[in-house]
Design a protein around this ligand. Structure first.
Ligand code: SF4
Length: 447
C-alpha cells in the first residue's frame, strides 16, 4: 500500500541536496511525496540553523503539525538537518509529538529509523557524527531527474571555524569525496541529459587538500571540463583564503566554467576579519579579485557581507562600503550579525544597538542596489548565451534559462530548446531577473 510523506526544506543548497537524498531513500521504501501535510502519513522538516533564532522558528513551525498529530496519532513527525543536530534530545523532550530526530550524518539511516517507529512505536534519535571513512563511503548518488542542471556534492563539513558560523559544529569536519566517484556521477548525469553541474561543498576551494593523493580542486575542474555533454560548470562555496593561483587560472583557461564566482568577503576591515577568523586580509582579498579580473575580464562576483559584527566601528563599516564599491559585485547577500549559540563569536559582547546596525545595513543595501542596477541594466541590448532550463513560471510559451552570470532570463521560445545554449537578446533588466528575445536564427533552427 502506498505511503505518503510531506517534506519541508529550509536553508542552503547542502540542505536541498540532503532533501533530495531523503526523497530518494523514502522512494525506495515505498513512500510517495505529497504537497500538503494533511495528505501525509509522514511529515519531515529538514532544518537550517544559520539564520537568526533558527531553533525557536523550528519549534514554532513544528507546532503547526501538532493538531494533525492529535487527530491522527499514527502520523509520524520527524526533524532532520542542522537544528536537529544541534538540539538532538532536547527536541524529543520538548515536543512529545515528534517521533524521530536525525542529524546531518544520519540521513542514510532514515529508512531504518522509520521502520523502528512504524513497527515498534519507538521514538528515535540519531545524531552522532560518523568517522571520515564511513562518511566518505556514504556520499549520496543523485536520484534520476529530467533536470538540465544539477548539484553534485564533492565535499562535506568545514574545518574553518569562522567565529560566527555554526556550520562546523553541526556538519562536522571537512571530508572530500573521491574524484573518481564525482567524475563517474557527472558522466552518468550527462548521459541522462544534464548540461550543467554545480560542484557543491562548504569550502570547495580546499577540495582534496586533506586526502593523500587526491586531485586539487583546480585539477578536478579540468577533469570535469573534459566530460562530453557538460556545457557549463559552476561551484559553490569558495573561501577566499583557499582561492589558489591555479584555481584563478581556470577562469581564463576553461571555457565551460561560468564567469561567475561567489566569493564571500563578510567584511572589508582587517580587525573585523581577524575577529571573524576569516584567514585573509582586505588587501589579500582585493589582490585575488584583481587577479580574477585580469584572467577573466568579464567575470562577475557576488558575495556575503555581515553587518554589525561585535567590535565593528563606523570606520570598519566604511571600509566595507569602500570595498563593495571597488569590487563592484553583481549582487551581495547581506546579513545583520546575530550570535549563534555554540560559536566563538557568541562570547563577544555586541557593540552596536539594533537601530544602528539596521542603519548600516540599509546604507550597504543602497550602495549595492545602485551597483547591481548598473550592472544588470548594462546587459540590455546585448546578445547573451543562455542555457535553457525549462518552462518559465510566467506560463504560456515562455522559457527560462541562465546566463553565465547565473542571472535568470525569461523569453518566449519552443520547448525543444530546453537543454540547449541559445542566443538571447536582453531587453529588460528587472530586480532579480531579466527578460529577453530569442535571436531569429535560433527560432529558425528550432522550427
Ligand atoms: S568557511 Fe566559515 S562561514 Fe563557511 S561554512 Fe566554514 S566556518 Fe562557516
Amino acid at each position: 500500500m502506498a505511503k505518503f510523506f510531506y517534506l519541508e526544506t529550509f536553508g542552503c543548497q547542502m540542505n536541498v541536496v540532503d532533501s533530495e537524498q531523503i526523497v530518494d531513500l523514502l522512494g525506495r521504501v515505498g513512500y510517495q511525496q505529497v504537497d500538503t501535510p494533511e495528505e501525509a502519513g509522514l511529515i519531515l522538516l529538514n532544518t537550517c540553523s544559520v539564520r537568526d533564532k533558527a531553533e525557536r522558528k523550528v519549534y514554532g513551525h513544528l507546532g503547526r503539525f501538532k493538531p494533525l498529530k492529535d487527530q491522527r496519532p499514527e502520523l509520524i513527525i520527524g526533524v532532520g538537518g542542522c537544528v536537529a543536530q544541534q538540539e538532538g534530545e532536547k527536541l524529543l523532550e520538548k515536543l512529545r509529538y515528534v517521533d524521530l530526530v536525525f542529524g546531518t550524518h544520519n540521513i542514510h539511516r532514515l529508512p531504518e529509523m522509520l521502520a523502528g517507529v512504524e513497527q515498534e512505536g519507538r521514538r528515535r534519535l540519531e545524531t552522532e557524527f560518523l568517522d571520515a571513512d564511513t562518511r566518505r563511503a556514504l556520499f549520496p548518488e543523485r536520484s534520476v531527474s529530467d533536470a538540465v542542471t544539477r548539484f553534485v556534492t564533492i565535499m562535506q563539513g568545514c574545518d574553518n571555524f569562522c567565529s560566527y558560523c555554526i556550520v562546523p559544529h553541526v556538519r562536522g569536519r571537512e571530508i572530500s569525496r573521491a574524484s573518481g566517484e564525482i567524475l563517474a556521477e557527472i558522466r552518468d548525469l550527462t548521459a541522462r541529459g544534464v548540461k550543467e553541474v554545480t560542484l557543491l561543498g562548504q569550502n570547495v576551494n580546499s577540495y582534496g587538500l586533506r586526502e593523500a593523493g587526491e586531485m586539487s580542486f583546480a585539477q578536478l575542474l579540468h577533469a570535469v571540463h573534459e566530460i562530453d555533454g557538460i556545457e557549463r560548470i559552476r561551484f559553490t562555496t569558495s573561501h577566499p583564503k583557499d582561492l589558489s593561483a591555479e584555481l584563478i587560472a581556470c577562469f581564463g583557461g576553461l571555457p565551460k566554467l561560468a564567469k561567475h564566482l561567489h566569493l564571500p568577503v563578510q567584511c572589508g576591515a582587517d580587525p573585523v576579519l581577524a575577529a571573524m577568523n576569516r584567514g585573509y586580509t582586505r588587501a589579500q582579498y582585493l589582490e585575488k579579485v584583481a587577479q580574477l579580473k585580469e584572467v577573466c575580464p568579464e567575470i562577475r562576483l557576488t558575495s556575503d557581507v555581515i553587518v554589525g559584527f561585535p567590535g565593528e566601528t563606523e570606520a570598519d563599516f566604511g571600509e566595507t562600503l569602500a570595498l563593495v564599491e571597488a569590487v563592484r559585485y553583481a549582487d551581495i547577500y547581506s546579513f545583520l550579525y546575530s550570535p549563534r549559540q555554540g560559536t566563538a563569536a557568541a562570547e563577544l559582547a555586541e557593540t552596536l544597538d539594533p537601530k544602528d546596525k539596521q542603519a548600516r545595513f540599509d546604507r550597504l543595501l543602497e550602495v549595492q542596489q545602485r551597483i547591481s542596477g548598473e550592472i544588470w541594466q548594462g546587459d540590455v541590448g546585448r546578445v547573451l548565451p543562455v542555457l535553457v532550463e525549462g518552462a518559465s513560471r510566467q506560463g504560456g510559451a515562455q522559457l527560462f534559462g541562465r546566463t553565465t552570470w547565473n542571472r535568470i532570463v525569461n523569453f518566449a521560445g519552443p520547448a525543444e530548446l530546453i537543454g540547449r545554449v541559445v542566443s538571447v537578446r536582453i531587453t529588460t533588466a528587472l530586480k532579480n531577473s531579466q527578460i529577453g528575445e530569442l535571436e531569429m536564427d535560433e527560432v529558425r533552427a528550432a522550427s
